[in-house]
Design a protein. Structure first.
Ligand SMILES: C[S@@+](CC[C@H](N)C(=O)[O-])C[C@H]1O[C@@H](n2cnc3c(N)ncnc32)[C@H](O)[C@@H]1O
Length: 246
């Protein structure tokens, strides 16, 4: 970008300086040399999301989630969680929002073989399905610690700097509080990850939005502006916001 050209991130858009529907976005390539980006982008996105195949245990957990009317991470987001857990050689991971265990299985696959996943959810029946799914995926019972309860009641009881990765997929209204707790729980070099920050497109939609979406925008701004974090927003699943704690 040439000096004096405004970065799209500093223009006033509906969220975080993203261009709004009426903003002009200048192509980076001169006329005639534009890179071809077509409807294939959607196809490429779908290809990326299905790139890492899921096994029978994951399909079982996904079916239980669907029956219970619960969201679970997409296969692409799950693969990213595996990668991130492996990248930090995770021995201790905290998960907020066990659900039926889809994200938990992915995290356990990426963690060290002696790693322990601590997973929090207020719904015992969700955790019961996850327990079965972890067993079906071949993980020994001592690889997971299930804590029933609401995140903001449970997290203060977990050890300072005791975690390599914190994955947040509980109540989106509470994500900013999860961020504060995660900064305390993570060791330097650890990762905090939030699922669902696109809110199915509503985060970048300029129309009126519910509180949940306004809170997600505040989270995105806070993470981006934090001096303590090195962030990246991965466009997988419904948006995976990741940040390394310095
Ligand atoms: C979207 S589901 C999690 C899906 C799971 N991470 C997966 O991919 O398989 C959200 C879960 O968060 C739980 N939840 C809701 N409020 C919560 C809270 N305050 N603290 C922790 N978990 C919460 C719900 O019971 C539900 O199981």
């Amino acid at each position: 970008m040439s000096p004096g050209t405004a970065s799209p991130l500093s223009t006033t858009g509906p969220i975080c300086g993203f261009p709004g529907p009426t903003d002009t976005v200048t192509p980076r390539h001169p006329r005639g040399q534009e890179r071809v980006i077509t409807g294939n982008r959607q196809t490429s996105w779908a290809f990326a999301d299905a790139y890492v195949a899921e096994d029978e245990a994951l399909r079982w957990a996904r079916d239980r989630a669907r029956e219970a009317g619960l969201r679970s991470v997409s296969p692409g987001a799950g693969a990213a969680l595996r990668l991130l857990a492996a990248t930090v050689d995770a021995k201790a991971v905290a998960e907020i929002g066990t659900g039926t265990g889809v994200s938990g299985i992915h995290l356990l696959h990426g963690m060290r073989p002696d790693g322990v996943l601590t997973t929090v959810d207020p719904e015992p029946e969700h955790q019961q399905f996850a327990r079965q799914a972890f067993r079906a995926a071949g993980f020994a019972a001592n690889r997971a610690r299930f804590i029933p309860g609401r995140a903001l009641d449970v997290l203060p009881r977990l050890a300072d700097a005791g975690y390599d990765l914190v994955f947040c997929d509980g109540d989106r209204q509470e994500f900013l509080d999860y961020l504060a707790e995660s900064l305390r729980l993570l060791r330097p070099g650890g990762l905090v990850v939030f699922e669902g920050v696109f809110a199915h497109g509503r985060t970048v939609d300029s129309g009126p939005q519910p509180t949940e979406v306004l809170r997600l925008r505040e989270l995105l701004r806070t993470v981006r502006e934090s001096q303590e974090l090195v962030p990246s927003l991965l466009p997988v699943g419904d948006g995976l916001l990741c940040a390394v704690k310095r």
